[in-house]
Design a protein around this ligand. Structure first.
Ligand SMILES: [Zn+2]
Length: 94
């Protein structure tokens, strides 16, 4: 199930993320090979699902990691998701 939109989906349609300690702070990292140890959370590689899951603090709940730091823009970048509405190029001359 996707932690963002909470819809059931095939594992192949979702990406796995896990919590990893980075300098004593739990951070969310993408597990592209889906083989990292520990509890994983699954979501669509979509900006809506990332932002919804972040807003609901669904990652911390799904990964059972209180205080989990989630940077939705960093996560979107890791997933190769570009939010065209919020992440428009800052300056591009035409
Ligand atoms: Zn979703």
């Amino acid at each position: 199930m996707c932690v963002g939109c909470r819809q059931r989906a095939e594992t192949g349609d979702l990406v796995r993320v896990v919590a990893q300690m980075r300098e004593d702070t739990p951070m969310i990292v993408v597990d592209p090979a889906k083989t990292m140890p520990g509890r994983g959370a699954w979501l669509h590689a979509r900006s809506e699902c990332i932002s919804t899951a972040t807003r609901r603090r669904a990652f911390a709940a799904a990964l059972r990691t209180p205080g989990l730091t989630v940077d939705p823009e960093d996560l979107a970048e890791q997933l190769g998701v570009i939010d065209h509405q919020r992440m428009a190029p800052r300056s591009r001359n035409r």
